[in-house]
Design a protein around this ligand. Structure first.
Ligand code: ADP
Ligand code: ZN
Length: 710
């Protein structure tokens, strides 16, 4: 199998014009039969990395997925794209399961989704033995690791996969980047000769904002009121809170429902379905909500409370803007949350780990440098640039040369063998004489007391910045000892200067947030209108077909349609997300809606740039006579003919014999063949004894140009 076939399938089946970063490399490795570990953020485009190979490889791809909802969604999306896929899990009746198995046996299914426990069950194993399997895809692979944030016992059964199927490649995919989890996945799945692909965890389309919790409800209400049609999620810390917040929103006329693990399963799935299908735009939920929801057009995620760690937070905000369109994230931050979360952490099975993670979360919320830098650094990615799409970037605090301060801290860490945590380090820097320090002899190191003039809080603040700048790291598995990174070593050796942020109020930022919200530039009015119409069409189709709207077309696809306004098959097929099957099922309806819209605008005298020929064509296609087209459009007849000639030359379905007989065409063609195409139409007119009309000449020239090469 070649990458060319993969590229053909990319457009044909998935409707995409280009691969996203890394997708092509990964697919190439999979097609070459290698084991792969893929780390990509939510919305990065992981599914394509196994779905596309599945469409071009002979045989069956088995996808292991932890969640029923997720399987259903993915299978629906594949089927819409004309790819035969099915799932077998506990939600499926034995009869249905049997019939799927039969289809699989006949080789009619390209992708089969199963839960891990199903895959390794006795009867399934005997079923699978006779099949020609080309690939195992393990989705949400971090579930196998107890280091990850979503450990699932069932996943550990996958350890035997390589023993049972030593020759079948495995692709493991996850959005969890941390190193321990990564190592764990590789060892447990026994991916010995694997390739690891780590894509950037950056999600540049997500805007990051953190606000103090003061007047939280009023801000949330105001924020949502400005985007009532759009889907969003609000995360709360407790079940009660979700109910209260939903109630408040309801009172403000916002269509919101709550969701938490205390509700019965039927009720939960009803709420989830309403959200997925676009019937309830706002869900107020605990973190129980969202796993396994692939809805690509979530436009904002709000955290009513501080999340307990960055992994969770990043995954939750990652549910916004999977389609790549600009999306908002808001986090509200209060001391009360911190206190509560600390107590949770302390009572958890791993208090040290949980507290340290919480601390990093707080540091993010408190940050005075680009928030995206902090997130990316947390996931081990180093960036120099500020993102320009977070609240801190918009209101940058003042900076000063902090190299000296940083060097003091790093040097102390170095002399303490990188074995101590923040508090002890600060105490040493400040020259504390407490017992532990004296006993360990830390009072004899060279940097003891060099940071006396800086208060402990300010030291913490600077350490936080150092952490966020990627100069130091916290080793969770070594009692949170502070480690010096490669970048930190450069500073220590005097190779690099460091700017630190001076302490400043965040009040400005809050004011700025409110102002920006009001200033938000809108799309052009007619684009806004068309988008709304396409969205309405999408909803009606989705309801009719019992699928979520974004499976018909994503917001990104509708957005591109809105900008390009394709009114022909060729143009529609160029839109990203319009594959062949999708075009056959829905293409015409969308072309018709767009055409209707554009013609209405044209008649109303609202000219839309760059579409004049297409509009002429739309009328021509309807069979409207030329003079009438000219009148309707308020243009000259000759202009209509010029359009038609251009359209004809570009391959549009125009019947030239609507405008002349064969004989006339031959006469003109003969002249063109002998003398070529003259600069001026008049020359041709005169060459043909002024017997043939100008518009016929125009069209015949187009005909000549098309056939000149033959
Ligand atoms: P993940 O599983 O990594 O969270 P998905 O596979 O669900 O991400 O993809 C996220 C979104 O990106 C989906 O809407 C998908 O259709 C879109 N997408 C994936 N690959 C491409 C591509 N090459 N071009 C355009 N859109 C893509
Ligand atoms: Zn930024």
């Amino acid at each position: 199998m070649t990458i060319e076939q993969a590229r053909t399938s990319l457009k044909h089946n998935f409707g995409f014009n280009t691969f996203r970063p890394l997708q092509e490399d990964i697919i190439q490795a999979v097609l070459a039969g290698k084991d792969c570990l893929v780390l990509m953020p939510t919305g990065g485009g992981k599914s394509l990395c196994y779905q596309l190979p599945a469409t071009v490889l002979p045989g069956l791809t088995i996808v292991v997925s932890p969640l029923i909802a997720l399987m259903k969604d993915q299978v629906e999306a594949l089927v819409e794209n004309g790819v035969n896929a099915a799932y077998i899990n506990s939600s499926i009746s034995p009869e249905k399961s049997e019939s799927i198995k039969q289809h699989v046996q006949k080789g009619e299914i390209k992708l089969l989704y199963v839960s891990p426990e199903k895959l390794l069950s006795f009867d399934f194993q005997s079923f699978v033995r006779g099949l020609s399997i080309n690939l195992f895809a393990i989705d949400e692979a971090h579930c196998i690791s107890s280091w990850g944030h979503d450990f699932r016992q069932e996943y550990t059964q996958l350890r035997v996969l390589k023993q049972k199927f030593p020759n079948i490649p495995i692709i493991a995919l996850t959005a969890t980047a941390d190193k321990l989890t990564r190592r764990d996945i590789i060892t447990q799945l026994k991916l010995e000769n694997h390739e690891t692909f780590i894509s950037s965890f950056d999600r540049p389309n997500l805007r990051l904002t953190v606000l103090p919790a003061k007047k939280r409800m009023a801000r949330i209400t105001e924020f949502i009121a400005r985007r009532k049609q759009e889907s969003g999620i609000i995360y709360c810390l407790s079940r009660k809170q979700t109910e209260r917040v939903a109630m408040t929103l309801h009172d403000e006329g916002i269509n919101a429902e709550y969701y938490h693990a205390g509700m019965d399963a039927a009720e939960r799935s009803r709420v989830q379905e309403n959200f997925v299908h676009g019937r309830t735009p706002v869900i107020v939920a605990t973190i129980a909500f969202g796993m396994g929801i692939d809805k690509s057009n979530v436009r904002y995620v709000i955290h009513h409370n501080l999340p307990k760690n960055i992994e969770g937070y990043y995954q939750e905000i990652g549910r916004a803007g999977r389609d790549g369109l600009p999306s908002e994230t808001l986090l509200f931050y209060s001391l009360a949350d911190v206190v509560l979360l600390r107590s949770f952490a302390q009572e958890s099975g791993q208090p040290e780990l949980q507290l340290a993670k919480l601390q990093r979360m707080q540091q993010y919320a408190d940050a005075l440098i680009c928030r995206r830098k902090i997130l990316l650094t947390y996931f081990g990615e180093h960036t120099e640039k500020n993102c320009g799409n977070c609240d801190v970037c918009d209101n940058p605090p003042e900076l000063f040369d902090g190299t000296d301060i940083v060097q003091k801290a790093l040097s102390a860490m170095y002399r303490l063998n990188e074995e101590v945590g923040t508090h002890l380090l600060i105490d040493v820097l400040r020259g504390s004489a407490r017992q532990e320090i004296i006993e360990r002899g830390y009072d004899h190191i060279k940097t003891y007391g060099v940071g006396k003039n800086i208060s402990p809080q300010n030291w913490e603040h600077y350490m936080l910045q150092m952490l966020n700048l990627g100069l130091i790291d916290i080793a969770y598995d070594e009692h949170n000892a502070l480690k010096i990174t490669a970048a930190g070593k450069d500073v220590l050796r005097g190779k690099k200067q460091i700017q630190l942020v001076s302490l400043d109020s965040i009040e400005n930022r809050v004011l700025e947030f409110a102002n920006t919200e009001q200033r938000k530039s809108k799309r052009q009015t007619h684009e806004e209108e068309l988008f709304a119409r396409l969205r309405a069409l999408r909803i009606s189709i989705a309801t009719q077909h019992h699928i979520p709207p974004y499976i018909v077309f994503t917001d990104a696809t509708l957005d591109e349609m809105t900008r390009r306004m394709p009114m022909t098959k060729e143009k529609m097929k160029k839109i990203s997300g319009v594959g062949d099957t999708k075009f056959d099922t829905y293409g015409t309806q969308f072309i018709d809606e767009i055409t209707k819209f554009v013609l209405e605008k044209d008649i109303a005298g609202e000219k839309i740039q760059g579409l004049s020929q297409d509009i002429t064509f739309a009328y021509y296609r309807e069979g409207m006579p030329i003079t009438q087209i000219a009148q309707t459009r308020n243009i000259k007849d000759e202009t209509v003919y010029t359009h038609l000639a251009e359209l004809y030359e570009h391959g549009y379905a125009i019947n030239i014999f609507d405008f002349m007989d064969k004989e006339t065409l031959t006469t003109i063609m003969d002249s063109l063949k002998t003398h070529g195409v003259p600069d001026k139409l008049k020359t041709l007119y005169e060459r043909l004894q002024e017997q043939i009309e100008y518009h016929q000449l125009k069209l015949a020239i187009a005909h000549y140009k098309i056939h000149a090469g033959q």
